[in-house]
Design a protein around this ligand. Structure first.
Ligand code: GLA
Length: 384
């Protein structure tokens, strides 16, 4: 398959009948550990993946964005640039661009019209942050095209705010890794201070993604509900965010909160502890320790945060049955479908593929899709 970075240029020439002058790219992500901790001011450790969103562009001397989204059934959209931009009723993909444009204008930056062709290969609904890769790719494109000099971490914050504009009160993880990832490194993010620490992927380990092919959709709904439950628990505990609470404190206040808030908080507080331990185990290449932490994370998402589904749980158990104590595997991303991430020794990859292909379709009545990836670098821009 043609790389999206090449494809967007070819498609631009076909659609607009002239050559683009610039190109932007930002990757999707897979989160190794630290789920639903980001909006609780906690810790996460994602890495950028080999799929992403590429945009070819040229200035069009108007005040309008004219867009072709090749991989969303070749849909098009056009909107005037303004800080009063409204959402499109049906084209969700365009709302990410509308949101980013609006927010950049609100900051007082001057943006002019562009012709844009977008190509993306992050599987949609797989929990691999196709939307963050679009927001970051587009935000960085505007910054570079109009000399706005917006630092990448601020582009990430703009992407996060665009999600809120659309309806998902997400955290800062996805946009930050898409913007700031480095090749061959996972990124530990302190989601309060926004301090970033690159953690090299040990050379004997590989990151594998297993897409359940049960699509998840995060806009609004269960996601925002989880966030409210966490904020409620933090309020009862008298802390700014769950990042500031300990498990002992939570136990001591058990009677003051409803059972759901307690379970949600227990997931987040214990997950933060696991991330810090996992960063160390991962950096040391200690697969058995990493496996323990990742499975504990999975069980906590399954039992306390209640965001996994049977198909996802089945994949995790198949990998565990296959690899035993070396099975570093868990659900990744927001939940309610999507993907499982595994950190494997290269020799074990084929074993896992064979086991999933043999057993998963019998349980889920569909195939899983398995990708080997490596940790890639974050956003990039070039003049053509
Ligand atoms: C989604 C959100 C992130 C994060 C994860 C769960 O991907 O966009 O901010 O909260 O879910 O860890």
């Amino acid at each position: 398959m043609t790389d999206v970075r090449t494809k967007c240029i070819e498609e631009f020439k076909k659609h607009f009948q002239y050559d683009p002058t610039m190109r932007s790219y930002a990757p999707g992500r897979v989160n190794l550990i630290g789920e639903h901790t980001d909006y609780n001011d906690g810790f996460v450790m994602p890495c950028a993946i080999k799929f992403g969103t590429a945009i070819a562009a040229a200035k069009n001397n108007t005040n309008k964005m004219r867009i072709l989204a090749v991989d969303v059934h070749g849909q098009t959209d056009e909107f005037e640039i303004s800080k009063d931009l409204q959402k499109h009723e049906s084209k969700l993909w365009s709302n990410y661009l509308r949101g980013v444009t609006k927010l950049i204008c609100e900051k007082g930056h001057k943006v002019e019209g562009l012709d844009l062709v977008i190509c993306g290969d992050v599987p949609l609904g797989a929990g691999l942050s196709s939307s963050a890769s679009l927001e970051v790719s587009y935000g960085n494109l505007l910054s570079k095209a109009f000399d706005l000099n917006i630092p990448l971490q601020e582009i990430a914050l703009i992407g996060q705010a665009a999600e809120a504009f659309i309806g998902c009160k997400c955290g800062i993880m996805d946009q930050t890794i898409s913007a700031c990832g480095q090749a061959n490194c996972a990124l530990k993010i302190d989601c309060r201070s926004l301090e970033l620490t690159q953690v090299a992927v040990p050379s004997h380990l590989e990151v594998v993604i297993i897409n359940s092919n049960v699509k998840h959709a995060l806009v609004g709904g269960e996601y925002n509900e989880r966030r409210e439950q966490c904020e409620n628990a933090a309020k009862i505990l008298g802390v700014k965010a769950l990042r500031d609470a300990t498990l002992e404190q939570l136990e001591a206040n058990k009677d003051k909160m409803d059972e759901l808030s307690f379970k949600r908080a227990r997931h987040v507080i214990s997950e933060d502890n696991r991330v810090l331990e996992a960063v160390k185990a991962f950096a040391d290449g200690n697969l058995v320790e990493l496996a323990k932490l990742m499975y504990a994370s999975h069980c906590s998402m399954r039992d306390d945060f209640e965001i996994t589904i049977p198909e996802i749980n089945a994949i995790v158990e198949i990998v565990r049955d296959t690899l035993g104590e070396k099975a570093a595997v868990r659900m990744t991303g927001g939940g309610f479908g999507g993907s499982v991430v595994a950190v494997l020794e290269p020799n074990d990859v084929q074993k896992v593929k064979d086991a999933i292909n043999a057993k998963y379709p019998l349980i889920a009545m569909r195939d899983a899709t398995i990708f080997e990836t490596h940790a890639t670098s974050g956003a990039s821009f070039d003049l053509l």
